[in-house]
Write a protein that binds this ligand. Structure first.
Ligand SMILES: Cc1ncc(COP(=O)(O)O)c(C=O)c1O
Length: 657
């Protein structure tokens, strides 16, 4: 098993002193207990320090002497100097997860300690004391503290205690399966710890997700520190539930919410549950590739100006395709009107741990961020985090809503995986993400070298209206133009799966998107490259690719989505007996959310007016040869129908102005 390596960088501008410190500290590390493999190395200038921190992902802490450092040449002549605190700021801006200690002279104690209070500094030592063993012990303890997994450790402890179970779950540590001639294979396949770590809320040692005061509270607190939040909550039903919990906390029925129409369907479900009055913002469309991008900054800022009475704004950043907003100015404009900002970071949970991806939503000032830790870090599916930085956070209300959506029997393996994913992100996130970024760069170049496939860059992905919005691309989401390969996208996915054992993430009619994560390896990259190269060499003539029709523009919201959804309604067929568009659908009000998938954007939401264009759009999807999921369409026998409000039901509702 690989052993941890923890390097501590000592920064001191005097060569001799530095050498003595590094020698003394390494001797202490060798002679004392050292489970994390701590070693010390030294540099004398700020430039070297920053370069080492950038290059060496095993650096876990820095010990900075409080002096002036040279950073490099200024205006080609004079040396630029920075103070220790300035250097610390640069270091923590680059890698906020690092522990930082300062070496000070005793006589400067008051000044330095005052300054430290405002900085991300963990502590200080007196330079003159040269207490190497003491310094080592403290630094080592600090790294061990960050590497703790309070919930996971307790779960293991409990499992090893092997208590007799007189409680749920029914499989009782897998006993019900292990001896069974019928289902013991399931036990063997899943592995013993899946069962013995599947425990019940009846075990007080394991704390309660609904009222955390012990190891879950501790694990959540450590996650908050790691992700730069005031508070963090573990969600065991994905970001889908996380979004709903926040909506129900922030929005009372009838209160306004500004939202990207392209938000995930959980956001639209949250609108129904909370009773919010949604104001939909249209996302920009890249017509060439059928990709829906962020909402233009102008549109968001206009909406904020036009609806200063809105309670909240929610945006997705980054999007599925890796496009991320320049959030700072948007958050600032929203906060100026007292509008809370929620950012759905389902695809961006790792961003805090590499400067290439920052600022995160919280760093840009967002009040809430929801992250599918399971999508991009090492947590189990459904394990997500809700980060809160809202200065007006109403904890009691949040707790009520959180508990409303949380099973009273949460899966403890999921909670442990969140604890472990946080530890990994803090201890080796920078290193793994540096590798992922390098692999993404390599893969992009390899894809382009096939001469047939092309990886799309920011300029290719951005629709015209977003060009000046400061949008950036997360390079670990690789969208590939497949239009020259001679296959339709469905056929290409089939070939990749059947011939080359490769399953991709998502597609449009002429693109495939590949997701690189901290789990992507070089051999996986080579296998994909090999497959694409072989397909390219087959030199097929390009196929005509059929565009998915564009989603019609939003029409009008007649009633609150919640009011419309809870009407009984009636089913109206989309097509008539002759397979023509049913004229009776136009002018009616939809009671459900109708979502063609992909791209997953609702064509209709509850309360929305159906027009002839929309009816025609739905009919064209239903008639098309390409099998497409259309969530919300109901079949009465063979007839696809949409649930709409009855005329008398409409009379009982208050129309929106
Ligand atoms: C933008 C966005 N938000 C939220 C979700 C839901 O996340 P989860 O799968 O964790 O419930 C998804 C899932 O694909 C998503 O794409």
């Amino acid at each position: 098993m690989p052993k941890p390596v923890s390097r501590i960088l000592v920064i001191n501008d005097e060569h001799l002193v530095l050498r003595e410190f590094v020698k003394g500290l390494n001797a202490a590390a060798r002679s004392l207990d050292n489970p994390l493999g701590v070693t010390f190395s030294g540099v004398t200038t700020a430039k070297e320090a920053l370069a080492a921190i950038e290059a060496d992902g095993d650096i876990q802490a820095v010990l900075v002497d409080d002096t002036l450092y040279t950073l490099g040449k200024h205006n080609g002549s004079r040396q630029l100097q920075v103070s220790a605190l300035d250097l610390v700021q640069r270091i923590t801006r680059f890698r906020p997860e690092l522990s930082v200690y300062i070496l000070i002279a005793q006589e400067k104690e008051d000044d330095v300690v005052d300054a430290l209070f405002t900085e991300a500094v963990d502590g200080y030592f007196y330079r003159e004391e040269r207490d190497y063993r003491g310094i080592y012990r403290i630094l080592n303890a600090q790294i061990q503290e960050r590497a703790k997994t309070p919930f996971y450790d307790q779960l293991k402890n409990y499992v090893w205690m092997a208590k007799d179970q007189w409680h749920t779950p029914g499989h009782s540590s897998g006993e019900s399966l292990r001896g069974s001639p019928w289902v013991n294979d399931f036990y063997d396949f899943m592995g013993e710890h899946v069962f013995d770590a599947d425990l019940s809320v009846s075990v007080p040692m394991l704390d309660s997700l609904m009222d955390p005061k012990g190891v879950i509270a501790e694990a959540q607190h450590m996650a908050a520190q790691a992700f730069g939040a005031r508070r963090t909550f573990f969600a065991t039903n994905g970001t889908s539930t996380a979004n709903k919990v926040i909506f129900q906390t922030l929005l009372a029925p009838g209160e306004k919410l500004l939202l990207d129409r392209n938000c995930h369907k959980s956001v639209h479900h949250g609108v129904v549950l909370s009773g919010a009055h949604p104001v939909y913002l249209d996302s920009a469309l890249n017509r060439k590739y059928g990709l829906y991008g962020p909402v233009p900054k102008k549109t968001v800022l206009q909406a904020i100006r036009k609806h200063p009475d809105a309670e909240a704004l929610i945006l997705t950043s980054c999007t599925y395709d890796g496009l991320r907003y320049d959030l700072g100015p948007i958050v600032e404009a929203a906060h100026a009107k007292n509008i809370k900002v929620i950012v759905d970071e389902a695809w961006y949970g790792f961003a805090r741990f590499h400067p290439e991806f920052r600022p995160t939503a919280l760093e840009a000032g967002a009040d809430y961020a929801t992250q599918s830790t399971h999508k991009v870090l090492s947590a189990f599916s459904q394990a997500s985090m809700i980060h809160v930085n809202d200065p007006d956070f109403r904890e009691h209300l949040f707790r009520e809503n959180f508990n409303m959506h949380t099973s009273t029997s949460p899966q403890y393996g999921l909670i442990a995986s969140l604890d472990v994913a946080r530890k990994q992100a803090v201890m080796e996130g920078y290193k793994l993400l540096s590798r992922t970024l390098a692999l993404a760069k390599e893969l992009r170049a390899q894809i382009n070298s096939t001469g047939v496939f092309r990886s799309l860059e920011l300029e290719d992905l951005l629709p015209e209206e977003l060009r000046h919005d400061g949008i950036r691309l997360d390079p670990t989401k690789v969208t590939v133009d497949i239009s020259g390969c001679g296959y339709t996208v469905d056929d290409l996915q089939k070939v990749l799966f059947e011939r080359f054992n490769i399953q991709t993430e998502k597609s449009t009619f002429n693109t495939l998107t590949l997701l690189l994560t901290v789990g992507t390896t070089r051999s996986k990259v080579s296998r994909l490259y090999d497959a694409l190269m072989r397909i390219a060499r087959e030199k097929r003539a390009p196929r005509r690719l059929v565009r998915t029709p564009e989603i019609p523009a939003f029409t009008k919201l007649r009633y609150l989505p919640r009011d419309a959804f809870y009407c009984g309604g009636e089913l109206v067929p989309v097509l008539d007996d002759k397979e023509r568009v049913n004229k009776a659908l136009a002018r009616r009000v939809c009671a459900d959310q109708i979502v063609p998938y992909p791209p997953g954007i609702p064509v209709l939401v509850p309360g929305q007016l159906i027009t002839r264009d929309i009816a025609e759009y739905l009919a064209s999807l239903l008639r098309s040869q390409k099998r497409m999921e259309i969530h919300g369409v109901v079949y009465e026998g063979y007839q696809p129908c949409v649930r709409v409000l009855r005329v008398e039901e409409e009379k009982g509702l208050r129309p929106l102005g």
